[in-house]
Design a protein around this ligand. Structure first.
Ligand SMILES: Nc1ncnc2c1ncn2[C@@H]1O[C@H](COP(=O)(O)OP(=O)(O)OP(=O)(O)O)[C@@H](O)[C@H]1O
Ligand SMILES: [Mg+2]
Length: 403
């Protein structure tokens, strides 16, 4: 009998995955490419495979769901940097398409990410709780602004990364998601209700695992995320009415959105009250304002708050070493990149290869600032960096590896 052949759809700049044994279920694979990675709770079979340029997650599920998940994640690319990157999908056409292993979806493993389980201490999220709430509220707002109805927001369906002093959440499971031009408030409410229900279930499980009674479990996460969600949504979407001529108010509004990390795509200035006032209506883009700016200047692609911190380091160095004029600024940025940032990043990779190097750089900047504050004067990089190494990298946020 002829060997059945899978249909494989992949994207450019990624492996073609043809070397994998698609004829058998992924759980039966024995390939050397398999790597163990911590996962959240999941129903479908998931494996991780390592290639030269990185690790990929492969999830097996019925064909229809696999292609749907691929399509949704693919469509989100360019809209948000907080969804998993869809790399391919596979169809085993010789099987019934409803068969659990008839299809598979391949996503790029999210580097330096960890599951919510690594954040749990003593049955709750401890000091990380606040950052986690902001991360999930921010993620839902961003996805909703981009027209995505998630349909299954939960702790397990997201992954987490340190992002300077905050946490970045990334949606990885889009099986139930749909994309619209715009969500209705009913759809947004429904998504928040699903999230609240999912989180209550997950927190009840965590409590049970830690021998905590349900009465003492942290069951308010969903409601608190909802409150933060509404606050942020309102701030991002409310139109502002200002006196015509008060141009600085327009700048102020845009700066505020940038401070929240959101890029601004379109601005409408609509005269109201017979032209006495102007209504400022802004279309907000993804939560990637600083990461895009840093990428434009340096080509470095990192998360939003890491980029914010690193850009402020650039601004500080510029102020110190000149660069007021346009060209002066460009030259100062180039000098900063090749004389300061790159050598220090290389040194970090050499000394702490398992760490996220840009997170470690942010942690180092935190140390330099604390040292300077203590002394009441600037501390040169050479001196501060040596001290940071000698003291064993104080403040370093290590990527948790526990499952
Ligand atoms: N791109 C990825 N990078 C890192 N880890 C991933 C990735 N995709 C999936 N995982 C891990 O695998 C687990 C299961 O993935 P996922 O949630 O997509 O499957 P599932 O739970 O079986 O699907 P569903 O929730 O629809 O039943 C996740 O909790 C996560 O830990
Ligand atoms: Mg899942």
């Amino acid at each position: 009998m002829m060997q059945p052949t899978p249909r494989i759809h992949t994207r450019e700049d990624h492996p073609d995955f043809v070397d994998l044994d698609w004829v058998i279920p992924i759980t039966e694979w024995t390939t050397d490419r398999l790597v163990e990675m911590p996962t959240g709770i999941h129903r479908h079979a998931v494996v991780f495979v390592a290639y030269q340029d990185g690790i990929y997650a492969i999830k097996e599920l019925p064909t229809k769901f696999a292609t749907h998940e691929f399509d949704v994640l693919r469509a989100m690319e360019g809209r948000s940097r907080h969804t998993a990157i869809a790399v391919g999908h596979v169809q085993r056409a010789w099987l019934d398409p409803h068969d659990e292993w008839s299809g598979a979806v391949i996503t790029r493993y999210v580097d330096h990410a960890f599951t919510y389980r690594s954040l749990i201490t003593g049955g709750g999220f401890g000091t990380r709780r606040d950052a986690l709430l902001d991360a999930l509220a921010g993620l839902l707002v961003e996805l909703h602004l981009q027209g995505m109805f998630w349909g299954d927001c939960s702790l397990s369906n997201s992954l987490y990364r340190w992002d300077a002093s905050s946490i970045d959440a990334i949606m990885i499971d889009a099986e139930t998601s749909r994309i619209y031009d715009m969500l209705t408030s009913g759809q947004r409410r429904e998504d928040l209700e699903i999230m609240t229900l999912n989180l209550a279930g997950e927190m009840a499980d965590i409590a049970a695992q830690h021998g905590i009674s349900l009465d003492d479990a942290d069951m308010d996460l969903g409601d608190e995320i909802t409150t933060r969600y509404h606050r942020l949504w309102k701030e991002l979407t409310t139109s502002l009415i200002v006196t015509a001529g008060d141009h600085y108010r327009i700048r102020q509004r845009i700066n505020r959105l940038h401070d929240l990390g959101f890029a601004v795509e379109d601005i409408d200035l609509i005269p109201v009250d017979d032209g006495m006032n102007v209504k400022i209506r802004v279309r907000v883009g993804g939560r990637q304002y600083h990461s895009e700016r840093l990428r434009e200047i340096t080509g470095i692609d990192i998360s939003e708050n890491q980029a914010r911190v690193i850009l402020s380091d650039l601004a500080y160095q510029e102020a110190k070493f000149g660069g007021a004029s346009g060209t002066g600024k460009d030259i100062a940025a180039m000098k900063w990149r090749s004389n300061i940032l790159e050598p220090l990043i290389l040194e970090i990779v050499r000394l702490i290869p398992e760490a996220d190097p840009y997170q470690a750089y942010c942690d180092y900047l935190g140390f330099r600032l604390a040292t300077a504050t203590e002394r009441g004067e600037d501390v040169p990089n050479a001196e501060a960096f040596t001290a940071w190494i000698e003291l064993g990298f104080p403040g370093l946020m290590e990527t948790p590896t526990a499952t």
